[in-house]
Every structure is written in C-alpha cells, then in structure tokens.
Design a protein around this ligand. Structure first.
Ligand SMILES: [Zn+2]
Length: 291
C-alpha cells in the first residue's frame, strides 16, 4: 500500500488527530529535487505537514500553501496541497547539506529560525486567507504547532519525521498532528502531555513497522473510543501546458515582446516537478495579438 493518512476524532470530541505515512511521497520529492539528506528531511517534514493539513480541508477546490523562509542556507521551502492530499513542493537550495547535530539531521540549522512560516488557505473565495508566525526553531514541526496555537488558538502537537538512508533514499517518513479541542478536560490534557513525553520519534516507529493506525492507538490510548477515516496521499504536480501559457500571458505584453526580442523561445521549467515547457516564438507572437 502507498502513503496514506488517517484522520480520527475521539467520541467525546476532545481530540482530533491525524497520522500519516509519507515515505513514498518524500522519496518522490528526493528523486525530483535531488535533495541532500538535510534538505530531504526539511522538505519531507513540510510536505508531510502539508499532506495532513490538506486532508483536513473540506471543499473540493480548497488548496493550502506552506512557506518557510528562515534565512538558513537551504533557503525558502514551499509545499502546496489540495483537498485530496496531493502535495508538491520545492526547496531553494536542495544540495546544501549540514553535518549531523547530536547524531540527527540538522533541519533547524539548515532552515534557520530568523524568519517566518506562512500559511495560505485558498477556499476559492476572492481573497485567500493568509496567516504567518515567526519561526521558533526552524525544525518545522514546532513551528507549525506554534502557528496553530497563535493563529488558530488550537493547542496542538505536531510530530514530523524523515529518516534518510545511506544511499540518500528515504527509509521512513510520516507525521502526526494532534489537536486539543475545547471539550478536553484538564485530566485528559495531563494524560496527553504524558503520552507525548513517552512517544518515540515518529520516523523510528514507522521504521519499526508500526502503521499510522498503531501510532494513533498509542496517542489516543487514554480515550475510550474514536472513529477514523483513511485517505491516500501522494506527490503529484498539477502543472500543464495551459497553466504555463496562462503564466506567460500574465507577464504582460511588454514582457512577452521582450522575450521575443531577446530569446528564440520561452523555456520554462516547473519548480515542483522539473517538467520543461517550451513556448515558441510564433506562439508568443500569437499571445500578443490576443486581447
Ligand atoms: Zn509540475
């Protein structure tokens, strides 16, 4: 079975939790962007969070964009997801790698923490909703938890993990987002805090063969019962020739004329999947004639 997400709610409504295995999709991102182990972990965590958060969206056409710009050596990271939990993303400097820190990939050092996490939710309305928080560690999980606490007033636990193998492939990746609803009692919150302290790293649990179902069972062990739904998630780019042509048109006529004057064709590469598109000179001239 490929990657999937399970989304659960406890029967008393106190906790909502989602858990995902994203090993294949983070592997796909690694292959597309040829990322270093540190960049794989950073982008993989962001893509995993994006998949889980996209899966929480309700409308068919909703989309979610996560942007991390921490001023560190790997530069800006972007992940975009749709309501079917298809995600895509990229990192500005995919080849930058850092030495291990305390035996772990130094995601915080690579991302930096002198910047922001931006979240754009597009519900197909006139204006998308935009929010942002200052980064706290650049480790991504902590930063998303802070975003939920500050911007949405939802106390959350965000655990994201990517384990990179010696050959740079992804051994295990996944994540969990657990949100405490106003219905939760103080006793339940105390128990959840104890659970979080005991919970091993999520990538370790997945590598050991535990499933998202097992991990949720561990996280929600103090609750009498919960229901859950399962959805697939994957790395999927939705670029197309039409989109690229729209993007070129949106440059405006002066800019298009400039391309015609200085280049033979316009060559564009999709940032998310590296697909190349060529818009020929005669196609550009056609665009100039259009209204
Ligand atoms: Zn693409």
């Amino acid at each position: 079975m490929g990657d999937y997400i399970i989304r659960a709610v406890t029967s008393d409504g106190a906790v909502r939790a989602s858990c995902a295995i994203t090993t294949s999709l983070v592997n796909a991102a690694q292959e597309i962007h040829k990322t270093s182990p540190t960049a794989t972990a950073a982008l993989g965590r962001l893509l995993t969070a994006c998949a889980i958060m996209s899966d929480m969206m309700k409308g068919d056409k909703d989309s979610l964009t996560l942007q991390v710009d921490g001023g560190g050596p790997i530069g800006k990271l972007i992940a975009v997801g749709d309501s079917n939990a298809n995600v895509k993303g990229y990192v500005a400097n995919p080849l930058v790698d850092l030495p291990l820190k305390n035996g772990k990939l130094d995601v915080g050092g690579a991302v930096g923490k002198d910047g922001t996490l931006g979240i754009i939710r597009d519900f197909g309305l006139k204006e998308p909703y935009m929010g942002h928080v200052k980064l706290c560690t650049g480790e991504i999980g902590d930063d998303i938890a802070l975003y939920y606490a500050r911007s949405e007033q939802i106390p959350s636990v965000v655990a994201l993990g990517v384990l990179v193998d010696r050959d740079y492939s992804v051994k295990a990746a996944g994540g969990m987002i657990l949100q405490v609803m106003p219905e939760a009692t103080d006793e339940q919150i105390t128990k959840l805090e104890a659970m979080v302290r005991e919970m091993p790293a999520i990538s370790t649990m997945l590598e050991e063969g535990q499933t998202p179902e097992d991990i949720l069972a561990f996280a929600l062990r103090d609750f009498a019962s919960y229901t859950f739904e399962t959805s697939e998630t994957a790395y999927k780019c939705d670029c197309s020739r039409e989109r690229i042509e729209r993007a070129v048109k949106s440059l405006g006529k002066a800019e298009i004329q400039d391309i015609i004057d200085t280049q033979i064709n316009a060559e564009l590469t999709c940032h998310f999947c590296n697909q190349k598109y060529v818009v020929t000179k005669s196609e550009l001239e056609e665009m100039l004639k259009e209204e």
